[in-house]
Design a protein around this ligand. Structure first.
Ligand code: SF4
Length: 359
């Protein structure tokens, strides 16, 4: 089984001469079929699932804090960027209590494919191999972490980067341009706009706030566009009123900015409820496994902007834009997981992070 990450679809085309920011999702699905994968799903579904679990974690911590629990660790930190995870485990382990226990979308999807979807397909889980196509070299490290398995079954078996998939397609002499656009029918390929924007800095925060606000408030304002967390400022801040409480949020991308924000948290200069950390500048759209941009293109085009624009366009064009509205996510909880944060959800979708030595 293959699964592709949010920002692969808006970058792989560059390897075949398409303009920067072209969405080639349908052609990638088609190429993966030609390469012989038996089934294809989408990490965007895993991103929707991550929002359900991480959103639940945030709500639980906020409720405890508002009831007067002074031990609860806030702000909650996101955990889906292995670049960030390597940093916090090695250079800032004193903050590990703040880290969400959620696995990343690729790992969540891998666990769901093996322990739920395989059963639906009538295939023994041991026989299923999951290959992720990711914008990120650190995702190879993440998939190989000893913790990333359930009952001895690895969540993800192999990770290819966007560039490696392009090489794979070229080596098989597949004419990418003439490929037909394929639409997938698998429930695990179904995603909302919130899942699609995970690939850009601020996307996880925006996706989480859409769902957390809707779930906590009696009257649904249907807030989707949270512009203040978009763009490429090193540290972005947002203040939002949720269920009558005014809360602060921050978004940080690029490891050079981590220290400054962590020190602010330590000094208590500003009380944040939730912080998104992404290892790469710009988020995954500019991950280490993405197509390499020529210097002359850098001079002419704002590549960050073009790739980000392509993800926001997907978000605007899909019918549903909030993770908790994804009908297949709802079904997955009804049929299998129970509730976000359930015992089974913890077993499959959460993990542990710990202090590591630098060398
Ligand atoms: S931000 Fe960078 S390190 Fe983090 S998941 Fe994305 S590509 Fe990987």
């Amino acid at each position: 089984m293959a699964q592709i990450a949010p920002s692969v679809r808006i970058a792989l085309g560059e390897e075949f001469g398409y303009p920067i920011g072209t969405n080639v999702e349908g052609k990638i699905y088609s190429a993966l079929q030609k390469l012989g994968f038996h089934d294809i799903v989408d990490v965007n579904f895993g991103a929707d699932l991550t929002i359900m679990e991480e959103g639940h974690e945030l709500i639980t911590r906020l409720e405890a804090y508002l009831k007067g629990d002074k031990e609860v660790k806030l702000p909650l930190f996101t955990s889906c960027s292995p670049g960030w995870i390597r940093y916090i485990e090695r250079y800032a382990p004193e903050y590990l209590d703040h880290l969400s226990s959620c696995k990343s979308p690729q790992q969540m999807n891998g666990a769901i494919i093996k322990h739920y979807y395989a059963d639906k397909l009538g295939i023994p889980k041991e026989k299923v191999k999951v290959v992720s196509i990711m914008p990120c070299i650190a995702k190879k490290y993440e998939a190989s972490r000893p913790e990333m398995e359930v009952d001895g079954i690895r969540d993800v078996d192999l990770v290819l980067t966007t560039r490696e998939l392009a090489q794979f397609i070229k080596r098989h002499t597949i004419d990418f341009h003439s490929l037909k656009e394929v639409k997938l029918t698998s429930p695990l390929a179904n995603y909302t706009g919130a899942g699609a924007i995970f690939g850009v800095t601020g996307g996880v925060m925006e996706a989480a706030l859409r769902t957390v606000k809707a779930l906590l408030e009696k009257e649904d304002e249907h807030l989707v566009d949270i512009e203040v967390v978009r763009g490429f400022k090193n540290v972005k801040e947002a203040t939002l009123t949720i269920d009558g409480k005014t809360l602060n949020f921050a978004v940080v991308h690029g490891a050079k900015n981590f220290k400054e924000v962590l020190e602010q948290v330590k000094k208590g200069e500003k009380q944040y409820a939730f912080i998104e950390f992404m290892g790469c500048v710009g988020g995954c759209i500019f991950g280490g496994g993405q197509p390499i941009t020529k210097a002359k293109d850098f001079e002419k085009i704002d590549i960050f902007k073009e790739r980000a624009k392509a993800l926001y366009k997907i978000d605007e064009e899909v019918v549903l834009r909030r993770s908790h509205e994804n009908p297949y996510i709802i079904k997955l909880y009804e049929e299998f997981l129970g509730q976000p944060g359930s015992h089974l959800a913890h077993k499959l979708l959460h993990t542990t992070y710990s202090k590591k030595e630098v060398y």
